[in-house]
Design a protein around this ligand. Structure first.
Ligand code: HEC
Length: 107
């Protein structure tokens, strides 16, 4: 009984560790803006396209707007439910690369 619970807890730990390390692994220095941008698709839609109002689309967002939003999320200047955690996984260079990518995608 306790053995099974312990096994469960350990498995949960492994899953959580995987999820937590994901943004770091995907934000390797050589990752392109497009590669990094693809990790946003789960919430913001493929290539930043999305139907519906719940999540804002990223496609076609101005570079400066994107960079400001991400750095504000990262620093906590802009309140966020999720994006604070997301933004903290990226450095300035990586944010710039994604900004260039999303600015080029047709809205
Ligand atoms: C787990 C879901 C989720 C993921 C993954 C995610 N976002 Fe977001 N994003 C949100 C939510 C929710 C908001 C609204 C602000 C908030 O509450 O965090 C948002 C807001 C934003 C905004 C502001 C949009 C605007 O119109 O002002 C930008 C920019 C943004 N996200 C970029 C990204 C980028 C870039 C990635 C990938 C690196 C990403 N997001 C991944 C959920 C997500």
């Amino acid at each position: 009984m306790t053995q099974r619970i312990r096994k469960r807890v350990r498995m949960l730990g492994v899953v959580l560790a995987g999820v937590m390390s994901m943004p770091m692994a995907m934000a390797a220095p050589q990752a392109s803006g497009e590669m990094m941008g693809n990790t946003c698709g789960g919430c913001h839609g493929t290539q930043g396209h999305i139907k519906g109002e719940a999540f804002m689309p990223l496609a076609g967002m101005k570079e400066a707007t994107f960079i400001k939003a991400m750095t504000d999320f990262r620093g906590g200047a802009r309140p966020a439910t999720l994006m604070g955690h997301v933004a903290r996984g990226y450095n300035d260079e990586q944010i710039k690369a994604m900004a260039e990518y999303f600015a080029k995608v047709k809205p």
